[in-house]
Design a protein around this ligand. Structure first.
Ligand code: PRX
Length: 657
């Protein structure tokens, strides 16, 4: 473990006095939570509507599968929708939806309730019941939220798959969940053009007998004609949902009833389907949304993530809806049709709270401060960041040029596994340091330890662990509980710590500074990708014998994917220099995984550096691409392999287009 200077530590932004005076949460919350965490979480759970009260706040007897609020029963969809209507807030806007081509819709909580009930009835009509899985392959539409809530309402387990993922990536998730229904659209808008997606959905479910129906929502219509159709299996949304009753009696479910499965990359080729349950998750999501985003009744809140990412599950669906928030959701790419699109949307709806990602901030920075300056952003009062550590320059740029110097920035560290934020400031209380998520939230215990589990001294690098169970924690990996135990809980089993997989330091004030991942997980534009998953995709191409994938630093995307490949066979006679290989491999990975997984660079190498036991030493190649040298090479099987890669890399850099 080495000493690393933490950037930006000298900069401190105390909460603006005006903001602090109106803040939802006061400084005493940290001490109250520390004194009695269970009482603290029980108080937060009581913010929700329970059909039956719990008898035990926390039961750790089955750890690492904790039980929270055992005995309690609730309906998550009722908490997110009906409760607000019953309380007389049915006319409040739930969603301002902005479509990519410029179409828009505004939906109140009362309207949302009707839509959710209709779909709940329609899904039940298609045979979906408690415990069945439903996969959604949808863009950012109000119906995507309606479908997520309809599943919660009937006790079906939902899994959202990013619309940019390939048919193959979708197929893995449909098969792994054993889904009974897949919900998709005829097509999607991608950067200004309509593309059909139904054929990909068909390919994903082909031969999977457990898929009884594919429910298809019309989105692109005439722009994507000739929707392939399997009679009996395929059902148009407008045929079964629009005609269904808007009355639906919501049953209550156990607090530990599975709510959703979110797939995330781990350290093997198979993505992990993390299972989140109901009572504890919603308690964590709802309270942290209210506290970290300091939610006010008249706020217009916008989390810009795609609904399929975990960020959106917690802070664009379950969290804000359970709090009765008014939200903006936006279907399109941030740069379509012009780079000021997000700022235009902020101005149009008077957005008060904008939750974004460092990679997007860095993209905006390239356009200069003139870009945000063209819009009226005076409605903003709070900004948020998630997905990767935000570099202090980007933090300062966002603070100054988007937040007008007046908006606190909540940098929220969390993961698919944690369910909701763990290390994040309370914006009216916690002084901010650009680049740090600050300190663990009240009720959450995270720290930085060495290999033996001892807390490291300030400034010394270690790994981030969560030392006490928390309500939003994932309960298992779908279909592979051993993997859940092995990946997160075994490394510090004696202490009962959860291993997050990130390196980190704490400074003298106890502020947490996240470093890189300690495993073979890449973070490209805030998206988690596994080196091994990408390597599997590469070696499935006939021209690739072996592959190693590493992340190199990138000014915009945080990391960029570099693939080192050993080729097989001879190059084409008419393409002896393999000029087409890069394009072919990029396209191949795009098809196997999705466009976000395409390697930026493909470097042909004679051999790969490996340990004596045959493991690829990605770390040495990552160091090389980052311009670092002097890594530990003692476990290398053959040093000439590394030298060969270094030469190929130097040649590649010299000739790269
Ligand atoms: O490496 C950390 C990084 O993203 C990982 C979690 O990825 P995922 O499960 O896809 O969830 C992303 C959105 C919650 C973490 O292990 N990460 C996420 N947020 C931050 C971060 N790193 C530093 N600072 C953050 N605010």
């Amino acid at each position: 473990m080495t000493d690393v200077p933490a950037p930006g530590q000298d900069l401190l932004f105390p909460p603006p006095a005006e903001f602090a005076a109106r803040a939802n949460v006061d400084a005493g919350e940290y001490a109250r939570a520390a004194a009695d965490p269970e009482a603290f979480w029980a108080e937060k759970a009581a913010r929700l509507q329970w059909d039956e009260p719990w008898h035990t706040v926390f039961d750790g007897s089955t750890m690492p599968t904790a039980q929270w609020f055992a005995g309690g029963r609730l309906n998550v969809a009722v908490n997110c929708v009906d409760r607000h209507v019953t309380a007389g807030r049915g006319d409040k806007v739930a969603l301002h939806w902005e479509g990519e081509p410029g179409d828009s819709r505004t939906i109140t909580y009362a309207e949302l309730q009707e839509e959710v009930c209709r779909l709940a009835n329609a899904l039940e009509g298609l045979g979906v019941g408690h415990g069945d899985r439903v996969v959604l392959y949808l863009p950012v539409l109000p119906e995507t939220i309606v479908a997520t809530l309809a599943c919660a309402r009937i006790g079906a387990v939902v899994s959202l798959v990013f619309g940019g993922f390939s048919a193959e990536a979708l197929r893995f998730r449909v098969a792994d969940t054993g889904a009974r229904v897949l919900v998709t659209t005829d097509g999607q808008f991608r950067r200004g053009s309509a593309v059909g997606v139904k054929a990909a959905a068909d390919a994903a479910v082909e031969g999977l007998d457990h898929v009884e129906h594919v429910l298809v929502l019309r989105r692109t219509g005439d722009a994507t004609p000739d929707v392939p159709w399997t009679p009996g299996r395929d059902v148009w949304w407008h045929d079964v949902v629009d005609t269904a009753s808007s009355e639906h009696e919501a049953p209550s479910f156990d607090a530990e009833n599975p709510l959703f499965i979110i797939y995330t990359s781990g350290t093997t080729g198979r993505p992990k389907g993390l299972v989140h349950t109901s009572g504890g998750y919603l308690t964590h999501a709802s309270w942290t949304h209210w506290a970290v985003f300091d939610l006010k009744d008249d706020d217009v809140y916008w989390c810009q993530a795609d609904l399929a990412w975990v960020t959106a599950h917690t802070y664009e669906m379950y969290g804000p809806l359970s709090n009765g928030a008014t939200q903006v959701i936006y279907e399109g790419s941030p740069l379509t049709p012009h780079p000021g699109r997000h700022f235009e949307v902020i101005e149009k709806y008077g957005v008060t709270t904008y939750y974004t990602a460092p990679t997007l901030v860095r993209t905006f920075m390239k356009h200069g401060p003139e870009l945000p300056a063209r819009y009226d952003l005076s409605s903003l009062r709070l900004l948020g960041s998630v997905g990767e550590a935000i570099n202090p320059e980007a933090w300062l740029w966002l603070h100054r040029n988007v937040g007008g110097g007046r908006c606190p920035i909540v940098d929220t560290w969390w993961q698919s596994e944690t369910g909701a934020a763990v290390v994040a400031p309370l914006p009216g209380v916690t002084p901010l340091k650009p680049g740090s998520g600050t300190v663990p939230l009240p009720g959450l215990s995270a720290t930085v330890v060495d290999d033996a589990g001892e807390e490291v001294a300030p400034g010394v690098q270690g790994v981030l662990v969560i030392t006490k169970p928390w309500p939003g924690m994932a309960r298992t990996v779908w279909g592979d509980h051993d993997r859940f135990v092995r990946s997160y809980w075994e490394p510090y089993a004696e202490r009962g710590y959860y291993l997050a997989g990130d390196s980190a330091t704490k400074d003298a004030d106890g502020y947490v500074w996240i470093g890189g991942r300690i495993d073979d997980v890449l973070n490209v534009s805030g998206h988690r990708l596994s080196s091994i998953e990408l390597e599997s995709a590469l070696v499935s191409h006939p021209r690739v014998a072996e592959a190693a994938v590493v992340g190199a630093p990138d000014d915009t995307t945080g990391q960029r994917i570099i693939a080192f490949v050993i080729t097989r066979g001879r190059a084409d006679a008419d393409d002896p220099d393999d000029a087409g290989l890069t394009a072919a491999l990029r396209a191949h990975v795009g098809e196997r995984v999705g466009a976000i997984a395409k390697p930026r660079d493909v470097v042909v190498v004679p051999d790969l550096p490996k340990t004596r036991s045959g493991k690829i030493m990605r770390r040495l190649m990552a160091d090389m691409t980052a311009g670092r040298s002097g890594g530990d090479v003692t476990s290398l099987q053959d040093e000439t392999a590394l030298a060969g890669v270094e030469q190929a890399w130097a040649r590649y850099l010299a000739t790269r287009p």
